[in-house]
Design a protein. Structure first.
Length: 282
């Protein structure tokens, strides 16, 4: 074979393999950009290891944000984990979530029905730049979890406190977080207990998904204080029944069974001054 023919053969083979090489490298780039965005990964985690981290309270409170991605009905009625937020992919599409500083650089853990669906959810999340660190997904789904689980809602009970009992705790130096779940207009314009906070916040009411997400990040630091410090939470609404119901919801969700109360008689039975602030939904 002449030198010219050898050269032509080499060029031909090079061009034959070039598209294949380009495709392979293109796929590798796609994997890097979607499954390992900015060095972040979807990482499978065994139940025993996730439970070990979950039961390490400093680690749980400082670095773990756990989300249950199953349909709400399954998460509410079936087996679920305390101190975990029920969510869905729509929650991770609201603009607000990109502005949350609390979970920047922290790890996210996903719990789903099974490994594959949870991994798929993770892969969708990893495409977005939320500012979080790694995203873990529980292998085997919720059925693999052998750690603490939430008790049935019907078994959750709450004790009521009246005005005098709340004031007595405050005078004794206990940290009392009074959380008022009336609508912001009633809370700010109608009057609220000094030092209390509104469940919706000054931002107002946005609708189910965003309100749930905002509430999770707003109250997480308070619930951590209930567990770590000499602190309690008292839930208030316009009626006693609503306050009691909210107390039961938050007890079950957080797993904090001994530090949550409701105001007896609702806001109308509060014996003390109320503060007012001009407020309007933006």
């Amino acid at each position: 074979m002449t030198a010219v023919l050898k050269l032509l053969l080499f060029v031909h083979l090079a061009f034959c393999f070039l598209p294949l090489t380009t495709i392979v490298y293109g796929e590798e780039k796609l994997v890097v950009s979607e499954a390992n965005l900015n060095g972040k990964e979807c990482i499978p985690i065994e139940s025993d290891e996730m439970q070990r981290r979950y039961e390490n309270k400093p680690l749980l409170f400082d670095n773990m944000f756990i989300f249950d991605i199953r349909p709400l009905a399954a998460a509410v009625k079936g087996k679920s984990i305390p101190f975990v937020k029920q969510t869905n992919i729509d929650m991770f599409r609201v603009k607000y979530i990109h502005n949350i500083e609390m979970w920047k650089g922290k790890d996210v853990y996903l719990v789903g029905e099974d490994t594959e669906s949870t991994k798929s959810f993770c892969e969708e999340m990893i495409k977005k730049d939320y500012g979080v660190n790694d995203i873990y997904y529980l292998k085997g789904g919720i059925d693999a979890w052998n750690g603490p689980i939430r008790m049935s809602f019907k078994d959750v009970q709450c004790e009521g406190l009246d005005s005098r009992e709340i004031k007595k705790r405050l005078e004794a130096g206990q940290e009392v977080h009074i959380i008022d779940w009336r609508y912001p207009e009633d809370f700010y314009n109608g009057g609220h207990i000094p030092g209390s906070i509104n469940g919706y916040g000054k931002e107002g009411v946005f609708g189910g998904i965003e309100d749930m997400l905002r509430g999770y990040f707003r109250f997480r630091p308070i619930y951590i204080k209930l567990i770590t410090d000499n602190a309690v939470a008292v839930f208030i609404d316009d009626t006693e029944w609503k306050g009691l119901h909210r107390c039961r919801i938050e007890k079950r969700a957080s797993g904090i069974m001994d530090k949550m109360y409701y105001l007896k008689g609702g806001i109308e039975k509060w014996e003390g001054p109320l503060e007012k602030e001009p407020w309007k939904q933006e």
